[in-house]
Write a protein that binds this ligand. Structure first.
Ligand code: PMP
Length: 358
């Protein structure tokens, strides 16, 4: 209980652009779900302006291309994305005046498509049967045919570089003088774990990095190498892939950006997690901590809880939460969350005489 009213005093600056508000997301302690004697913190990427970790990569892909002269003023940008990169790119392209075309399998949540269109992007759907590789190949086709700039989130050095320059620096700064025993992350492109891994290995070598992936799409765990083309892009769907509910994680290939973390051993343990467990923990984070996160955040937290159960007393764990739960209203995350009143709510309604619904 706090005896005084909370006060705030502004951020101490005026912002020139929404893009300057990307990053510096808060690390928040878990107070009700963590076991005794272990501290879990979450890094809440929903605090980014586009509400996900991918805002970081989006702004750097565009600004790296501007710096290198690969993107001309007014040139169209094209990318294949399961959603958050598309929303981030749509925000960046809107702010900077580039047209954007997104290719996306029709299996991803409809709120993602509508958000991108709201931000002014064009969204071209591809058949879900052709998986991640289908939407990727469509983006390549479009870029070649029309001379558009392909963002290449799965291969570009701009991806892990921005996590090295921002996400990792924030973690180092926020944990200055504090214990940090475990860092837990899944992967989509692998940008987060490769970029953070570079820095933690050098500056916090005692921190164990825990990598996770869907139990039914354990590509890294399978030990089977990814077939690649000359530019590092996937040449075939990975044989261990199966469709899974953890949107934003594990496409049907091992991305080149993630390959760095695998080759340089930026993880100490690989713990697979079934999607339904991630969904259950995302609900608990919402209902017991007041923290809204998506299925990947719930899944990363599920793994953090497994680590917490076996960790030495006094251990400190940092769990990445890549986006917000609001992005999942039409998905299994919100199944069982009804629109209409349940029995308990009807009882509350009937407990006073006025304003009854039928
Ligand atoms: N969770 C969600 C919801 C995402 O959209 C992504 C990015 N695709 C990730 C996790 C993984 O991040 P990264 O691409 O940096 O591995």
């Amino acid at each position: 209980m706090s005896g005084k009213i909370r006060k705030t005093s502004g951020r101490g600056r005026l912002f020139d652009s929404v893009l300057d508000t990307i990053g510096d997301t808060p690390v928040i302690r878990i107070n009700n779900l963590a076991p005794d004697n272990v501290t879990i913190y979450v890094k809440a990427e929903a605090f980014n302006p586009g509400a996900s970790v991918k805002d970081r990569l989006a702004v750097n892909i565009i600004e790296a291309a501007e710096r290198e002269g690969k993107l001309k003023p007014g040139q169209t940008v094209v990318e294949a994305t399961s959603g958050n990169t598309g929303i981030g790119l749509a925000m960046v392209c809107a702010a900077k005046g580039y047209p954007l075309v997104i290719t996306m399998a029709d299996s991803f949540s409809v709120e993602r498509r509508r958000l991108m269109r709201m931000l002014g992007a064009k969204v071209v759907l591809t058949p879900r049967a052709q998986k991640g590789l289908g939407m990727y190949n469509k983006a390549v086709e479009l870029a070649e045919k029309h001379g558009w700039f392909l963002a290449h989130q799965f291969e570009t050095p701009a991806n892990a570089d921005i996590h090295e320059a921002t996400t990792a620096r924030e973690i180092i700064g926020d944990f200055d003088g504090e214990k940090l025993d475990y860092f837990v992350s899944g992967y989509g492109t692998g940008g987060t774990v490769s970029g953070v891994g570079r820095v933690l290995r050098k500056e916090r070598p005692e921190t164990k990095i825990i990598l996770t992936e869907p139990a039914n799409a354990a590509l890294v765990g399978s030990g089977t190498a990814q077939q690649r083309g000359p530019d590092g892009a996937p040449a075939a769907s990975h044989p261990a892939f199966e469709p899974h509910p953890i949107q934003g994680w594990t496409p049907d290939f091992i991305p080149l950006v993630l390959q760095e973390a695998l080759d340089k051993k930026y993880y100490d343990e690989l713990i697979p997690i079934p999607g339904p467990e991630g969904i259950a923990w995302a609900k608990k984070l919402a209902q017991k901590e007041g923290i809204l996160t998506g299925i990947s955040g719930g899944s990363t937290f599920a793994v953090s809880m497994k680590i917490a159960e076996k960790a030495a007393p006094g251990s400190v764990i940092l769990c990445m939460l890549p986006d917000t739960g609001e992005r999942y209203l039409s998905t299994p995350l919100f199944e069982g969350i009804p629109e209409d009143m349940d029995d308990e709510e009807r009882e509350i309604m009937k407990s006073t005489p006025g304003y009854h619904m039928e």
